[in-house]
Design a protein around this ligand. Structure first.
Ligand code: ADP
Ligand code: ASP
Ligand code: MG
Length: 442
C-alpha cells in the first residue's frame, strides 16, 4: 500500500483535479490524502478573523463570495446532470453550515470547524469526479480516525487502531480518498494539524499502516537547495536523508510541514516529493540512505523572537540554565536556538503566545531584552567536525549581513544563523551564490 498526498495547487481547479485523476488512473492500493483547494484555507481564516472581530455581516458576505466561487466550479468539474445536482447540494450544505456561525456567538473551537470545510469540500468534489469518470474509489472521513492528544500531538495508538478498522470497509477500492489537515482533539472536537498539515496527515497515515512509500504531490519538482520564492536559479535535490529533510522542513522549507518527516523517519518509510504538473519527473526522495555532499540546502523561518537574559548570577554558577528552561517548560514553549556567554544567554522562540508571561518570569533571573521580526536561516549539509573552512565560507557569504546569533556544532547536518527579517532575502541570495553557484563546493 502507498499514500499519495495532493496539495492545494494539485486540487486547485477543475482542470488540476482532472489531471490528478489521470495520475491516479490504474493505480491500486492507494490512500489519497487531499488538501483544500489553494487559497480556500486562507479565505476561511479570513472569515474566522471577521467573526472574532464581531463583523458578522462582512463574514457572511465573504462566505457568500466563496460559495459562489465553489458553485461556479461544479459545471466545469462534472458532466452528468445528476452528479452536478449532487455537487451543488453538497456545496450548499457546507456554506449553509459556515454561514450559521455568522448568526450566533463565536468561539475558538468553532473556528476549527470552519477551517475544516476546505478539505471537506475538496475531497467531496474529487470523490464525485472520481465516481463520474469511473475510478474505483471510496471515501473515508479523516475525522473517523485522525486524532491529537491533550498536548496537541498525534495520538498514534488511536490513529492506528481506528484507521486499520476503517480500512477493512474499503478492501474492494483501488483508491481510498481522505482529508489531510483535519482531525479531532482529545475532547472529540474538530481540530487540525496546523497550516500545511496535510503533509503531516499523509506521513502519519503512512507510518501507522506501514506503507511502502509516501508521495507528496505539489507544484514543484521536489525540494530545492534554497527557497525558490526568494532566490532565482535554485536546483532540485534528488536525494535527502530523513535528518536533512527534517531540519529543512522544521526551519522553513515550506514544501513540507515542519513535523511531517518525523513519522516516516520513525518507520523508515521513504517519502517522495513529486510535481503534479510534471508527473514524469522523479522528484526528491527522502530516505534513510545518506549521500554525503558538502552543502545541500538552505531554508529560512520567519516570525522568530529572540530573548536575551543577562545576569551576573550566571557567572561561574550552575543551575542557571535549568531555571531558564523550566520557565519555557511551564509555558510549553519550545526553544529553537540558544547561545550563551559568561553572563548572558540568548534564545529564540517562534511561538510567542505566552511571551509576556515568560518575560515576566525571566525578569526574576536577570535583565531581559526581547526582539521580534527575526529570521532563522538554516544551512543543511554534511558538516563533520574534521571538515575545515565551513565557518569561513558561511561568514564570507554573509559578510554584508548583520548576524544576531550563530549555532554551529549542535548537529552534524545543520548550521543555524539568526538575522533581522529585513535581511532575509539578501542572506538567502548571498548563501546561494557562495555555496551553490560556485564550483568549489560541488
Ligand atoms: P502544497 O499546496 O502542494 O502543499 P506548498 O505551497 O505548501 O504546496 O509547498 C510548495 C511550495 O513550497 C513551492 O511552490 C515553493 O514555492 C515553496 N518552497 C519553499 N521552499 C522550498 C524549497 N526549499 N524547495 C521547494 N519548494 C519550496
Ligand atoms: N489546507 C491547509 C492549509 O492551507 C492544509 C494544507 O494545505 O496542507 O494550511
Ligand atoms: Mg503545503
Amino acid at each position: 500500500m502507498q499514500v499519495y498526498k495532493f496539495g492545494g495547487t494539485s486540487v486547485g481547479s477543475p482542470e488540476r483535479m482532472r489531471n490528478m485523476a489521470e495520475i491516479l488512473r490504474g493505480k491500486k492500493d492507494l490512500i489519497v490524502v487531499l488538501s483544500a483547494m489553494s487559497g480556500t484555507t486562507d479565505k476561511l481564516v479570513h472569515i474566522t478573523n471577521l467573526l472574532y472581530e464581531g463583523m458578522k455581516k462582512e463574514a457572511s458576505e465573504a462566505c457568500e463570495t466563496l460559495r459562489e466561487e465553489y458553485s461556479l466550479l461544479i459545471p466545469e468539474l462534472l458532466a452528468d446532470d445528476q452528479t452536478r445536482n449532487d455537487g451543488l447540494e453538497m456545496v450548499s450544505s457546507h456554506f449553509d453550515y459556515i454561514r450559521s456561525f455568522t448568526l450566533k456567538d463565536f468561539s475558538k473551537n468553532q473556528e476549527k470547524s470552519i477551517l475544516a470545510q476546505g478539505e471537506l469540500l475538496s475531497t467531496a468534489l474529487f470523490f464525485l469526479l472520481a465516481k463520474e469518470i469511473g475510478l474505483n474509489a471510496s471515501f473515508l472521513p479523516a475525522l473517523n480516525f485522525m486524532r491529537i492528544d491533550k498536548d496537541g500531538e498525534p495520538d498514534m495508538f488511536y490513529i492506528e487502531e481506528n484507521l486499520r478498522r476503517e480500512l477493512k470497509n474499503h478492501l474492494h477500492s483501488d483508491l481510498v480518498i481522505t482529508q489531510g489537515y483535519i482531525c479531532r482533539n482529545a475532547y472529540g472536537e474538530v481540530d487540525n494539524l496546523k497550516r500545511g498539515g496535510s503533509d503531516y496527515s499523509a506521513t502519519l497515515i503512512g507510518a501507522v499502516i506501514n506503507v511502502s512509500e509516501i508521495q507528496i504531490w505539489t507544484d514543484i519538482n521536489g525540494l530545492h537547495n534554497n527557497d525558490p520564492r526568494y532566490v532565482p536559479g535554485t536546483r532540485v535535490i534528488r536525494e535527502l536523508s530523513f535528518d536533512e529533510a527534517a531540519e529543512l522542513a522544521y526551519f522553513g522549507a515550506k514544501i513540507l510541514h515542519p513535523s511531517s518527516v518525523v513519522p516516516a523517519r520513525q518507520k523508515d518509510i521513504p517519502v517522495r516529493l513529486k510535481n503534479s504538473l510534471q508527473p514524469d519527473d522523479e522528484g526528491t526522495i527522502i530516505s534513510s540512505a545518506y549521500k554525503k555532499q558538502g552543502y545541500k540546502a538552505v531554508a529560512a523561518k520567519d516570525g522568530i523572537t529572540v530573548i536575551k537574559i543577562k545576569s551576573d548570577r550566571m557567572l561561574q554558577a550552575y543551575g542557571f540554565l535549568r531555571k531558564v528552561f523550566e520557565i519555557f517548560e511551564i509555558y510549553r514553549t519550545p526553544i529553537d536556538m540558544i547561545t550563551t556567554s559568561e553572563v548572558a544567554v540568548s534564545l529564540t522562540v517562534d511561538d510567542d503566545t505566552n511571551l509576556d508571561k515568560i518575560v515576566r518570569d525571566l525578569e526574576e533571573l536577570g535583565t531581559v531584552e526581547v526582539e521580534s521580526n527575526q529570521t532563522l536561516i538554516c544551512v543543511v549539509g554534511d558538516f563533520i567536525a574534521e571538515r575545515t573552512g565551513t565557518t569561513v565560507e558561511l561568514f564570507n557569504a554573509l559578510r554584508e549581513i548583520p548576524l544576531r546569533m550563530i549555532s554551529y556544532g549542535g548537529s552534524r547536518h545543520n548550521v543555524t544563523l539568526l538575522t533581522d527579517s529585513k535581511y532575509k532575502a539578501d542572506a538567502l541570495m548571498a548563501l546561494n551564490q557562495e555555496l551553490f553557484n560556485t564550483n568549489k563546493h560541488v
